[in-house]
Design a protein around this ligand. Sequence first.
Ligand code: HEC
Length: 102
Amino acid sequence: MALLATGPVAAEPPSALRQQQLLRMVRQDCGACHGMQLTGGLGPAITPPVLAERGGVALVYATIWYGRAGTPMPPWRGLLTEAEVRWMSQRLVEGLPPEGQP
Ligand code: HEC
């Protein structure tokens, strides 16, 4: 019996616990290069106004997933799932929630 493929299943958003881990990762790992407030360091500022101008979620998603070859910006595929990168990209474009809050 053959089941017809119905196309890709929409990815679940990360769990509440995973969301906290992802936010910590943004602040610590991304912050190490982009600055603790993400206002720039070795890497450029990645605050909401900057990212909106640069191309929004699509640009952020592609940059995190693939990295930027030939620059220190590393790829995160293999470390994070697509759903996690998408969630992280949306949070960055919207602005992170205040620290210590969901
Ligand atoms: C080892 C240093 C380093 C780390 C860690 C790092 N980045 Fe970057 N990132 C860079 C550099 C350098 C660039 C600029 C690349 C270029 O010249 O195009 C960059 C570019 C970007 C851009 C594109 C900005 C633009 O204006 O085009 C985004 C978005 C970004 N990083 C997000 C992140 C996120 C999110 C993380 C954590 C998951 C992260 N980066 C971790 C160094 C880093």
